[in-house]
Design a binder for this molecule. Structure first.
Ligand code: PRP
Ligand code: MN
Ligand code: MG
Length: 178
């Protein structure tokens, strides 16, 4: 599948992403401005670029932790079965937690992770996703903050892969098969 030739068109520029992150950090600060130390949790691997830019724009006392959940593997289709491949290092009971995700598609991944983390009794638990594809939703889930709502296009870059490639593009691109 990944051998099929394609080109990548720019969908959201690096500049537009940076501007949106600034706005989102204002909203996050309004919610968590009084926190002792916010635990910012990145979902590996897709969120690694977004979380890096987000935390550097966030003027709050934070800790960073990671959790790896995977439902797609190398395929294009969600397995709907979310596997936790790597759990958090730290305990989150009684803590303020912000989960950072690159994209909400069917919703299975973030929905599953939020339920799991909720069972650990955090004080406050919120989520932020850079991209949201509401037309693809299979579970009733909405992230607290969303960077951009997008149509059902095949997107890559800024952390998001196609068969593990293109995560290092600085912008969000749209895959077009040629
Ligand atoms: C992708 C993406 C989200 C998830 C969204 O992760 O990064 O985590 O799928 O899809 P969903 O809403 O349909 O669950 P993937 O499983 O490909 O792992 P990766 O982050 O390591 O690429
Ligand atoms: Mn992911
Ligand atoms: Mg993936």
């Amino acid at each position: 599948m990944s051998e099929r030739p394609y080109v990548i068109d720019v969908m959201i520029s690096a500049k537009a992403i940076a501007a949106r992150i600034e706005e989102l950090c204002g909203d996050i600060t309004a919610e968590f401005g009084d926190t002792d130390k916010l635990v910012v949790v990145g979902l590996l691997r897709g969120s690694f670029v977004f979380i890096a830019d987000l935390v550097r724009e966030l003027d709050l006392p934070i800790e960073v932790d990671f959790l790896e959940a995977s439902s797609y593997g190398d395929g294009m289709e969600s397995s709907r079965e979310v596997r936790i491949l790597k759990d958090l290092r730290g305990a989150i009971e009684g803590r303020d937690v912000l989960v950072v995700e690159d994209i909400v598609d069917t919703g299975h991944t973030l929905n599953h992770v939020i339920s799991l983390l909720n069972s650990r009794k955090p004080a406050r638990l919120k989520s932020i996703a850079l991209l949201d594809k509401p037309s693809r939703r299979e579970v009733d889930f909405r992230s607290d903050w969303i960077g951009f709502e997008i149509p059902d296009e095949f997107v890559v870059g800024y952390g998001i892969d196609f068969a593990q490639r293109n995560r290092n593009l600085p912008h969000i691109g749209k895959v077009r098969f040629t």
